[in-house]
Design a protein around this ligand. Structure first.
Ligand SMILES: [Cu+2]
Length: 357
């Protein structure tokens, strides 16, 4: 019995050492490109060092026991009568409890440090939809610079505000070591500080439909001046272009039914959109202004304003308009319904209830 115990322990310890060493030798991760990447990798190594030996030790003892103490052919005995061992039981409950609690606290500390608010943080809105990411850089005038690829300045903290237009997606940049779910109906956030210039991957890490594997784009981390000239050019193009939302509003016939001063529309078949920013939350307090407008366009039957007919608004705009046109229209209407779409009026739009996570 004593010999078996020694053999078993020696075997388990040797196997633990070999497999832990092997698991630490493997280069698990892509290059590091954010200030907190190193902490995340260290956390992973600590998890390996703590969990691999325990797993290997337990498995070696189990396998050793199965082989060494198996019933020989013809042996019909039930084996020795066993009694519980209170000391052993306390030990095998207490040790894992302490280990798991300590690891949870350590993980919490690393995450908390990553999510620590930093001065001079830039907000980028991330929109997920089957099967692409879209990125918006809110501008002082209330409009947003839009881009299909993510551009970020090096060494500046960035806060991603992540939304989805359909199902659950997960926003993952492996080189930054960040990953955050995009969940319908809420805005989730993720903070990071890119500290290496270059091109990295933006990947969806949640099985989100048939095109899930194609939901991959690039993040370009640029030096500060390069980024400033990129965003500057986009900003100028935005200012020079005619208000695209106003065009969409008239092109698709919205102006035929809804009053909107900014678009020169005066019709009363449908509810007026002037001042919508002031009243929408009395109609539906659960939605933000943008979400309310979006839903009214794509699924008008779900949000009928009292006094108007449920079938008054065509229900096929989600197919007639492209996703980008709907984005533009929602963005425009959120501004225009608050007074005017001119620069400086964004402040008049109240923050959406519950969207300030
Ligand atoms: Cu996805």
């Amino acid at each position: 019995m004593r010999r078996s115990l020694i053999q078993m322990t020696v075997l388990g310890v040797v196997a633990s050492v070999i497999i832990t060493a092997l698991s630490l030798l493997i280069d698990w991760f892509p290059e590091q490109a954010s200030t907190t990447a190193d902490d995340v990798d260290l956390l992973y190594d600590v998890l390996l060092i703590v969990s691999v030996p325990i797993f290997v030790l337990v498995m070696s003892v189990a396998i050793y026991s199965v082989i060494r103490f198996r019933a020989r052919p013809g042996d019909e005995r039930d084996g020795e009568p066993l009694h519980g061992n209170a000391q052993l039981e306390v030990a095998w409950v207490a040790i894992p409890f302490v280990l798991v609690t300590a690891l949870a606290v350590y993980g919490w500390i690393v995450l908390d440090e990553q999510e620590d608010p930093r001065p001079n943080t830039m907000d980028v809105n991330v929109r997920a939809g089957q099967f692409a990411w879209r990125f918006e850089y809110p501008q002082p005038g209330g409009q947003s610079v839009r881009s299909d690829e993510l551009y970020l300045p090096k060494d500046r903290p960035v806060r991603f505000r992540i939304r989805t237009d359909d199902v659950v997606h997960s926003f993952w940049i492996p080189e930054f070591r960040i990953k955050q779910d995009a969940v319908p109906g809420i805005v989730t956030t993720s903070l990071t500080v890119p500290n290496r210039a270059g091109n990295f991957n933006v990947v969806c890490a949640e099985l989100c439909g048939l095109g899930h594997t194609t939901m991959r784009q690039q993040v370009h981390v640029l030096e500060g001046e390069q980024f400033a000239s990129w965003i500057g050019a986009r900003r100028q193009a935005l200012a020079a272009a005619p208000e695209p939302g106003r065009q969409t509003y008239t092109t698709y016939g919205c102006a035929g039914c809804h009053t909107l001063e900014d678009a020169g529309a005066a019709a009363a078949t449908g509810p007026s959109l002037d001042g919508l920013a002031e009243v929408y939350d009395k109609r539906n307090p659960r939605l933000s202004l943008e979400a309310y407008i979006r839903q009214s366009i794509v699924d008008p039957r779900a949000l009928v304003v009292p006094g108007f007919r449920a079938d008054g608004m065509p229900a096929n705009y989600s197919r007639q308009l492209s996703r980008a046109e709907i984005d533009t229209l929602v963005d425009y209407l959120a501004r225009a319904s608050a007074g005017s779409s001119g620069p400086g009026t964004a402040a008049a739009i109240r923050p959406p209830p519950g969207a300030s996570r």
